[in-house]
Design a protein around this ligand. Structure first.
Ligand SMILES: [Zn+2]
Length: 98
């Protein structure tokens, strides 16, 4: 679970989902209100997680039944949502990709 680098409090799964449902790259800590950012490493790991459900779209080319692709997409999304707070690591300073 993500830990705030300012107050060192752990965020719960629910707090993480609520805090990160924003287009902003800065997440406000539910405990101390300080701005926190996802580390570069956790953002890369998250991008890799997104590839799991997206891989289902490639299965489309191999005559795989639609119900299978559909269940993969749903399961993949559930996996992403449940793993996101585990993968997310916080930092007090914003790290840029490049
Ligand atoms: Zn905090």
């Amino acid at each position: 679970m993500p830990t705030c680098q300012h107050c060192h409090q752990k965020w719960t799964w629910k707090q993480t989902m609520k805090t990160t449902t924003t287009l902003d790259t800065a997440y406000t800590c539910p405990h101390c209100g300080e701005k926190q950012y996802a580390t570069k490493k956790s953002r890369i790991q998250f991008s890799l997680l997104i590839l799991i459900p997206l891989a289902a779209l490639f299965l489309n080319f191999f005559n795989i039944p639609v119900w299978f692709i559909f269940s993969w997409l749903i399961l993949g999304s559930i996996v992403i949502i449940s793993l996101f707070p585990v993968v997310l690591k916080l930092t007090s300073t914003e790290e840029f990709f490049f």
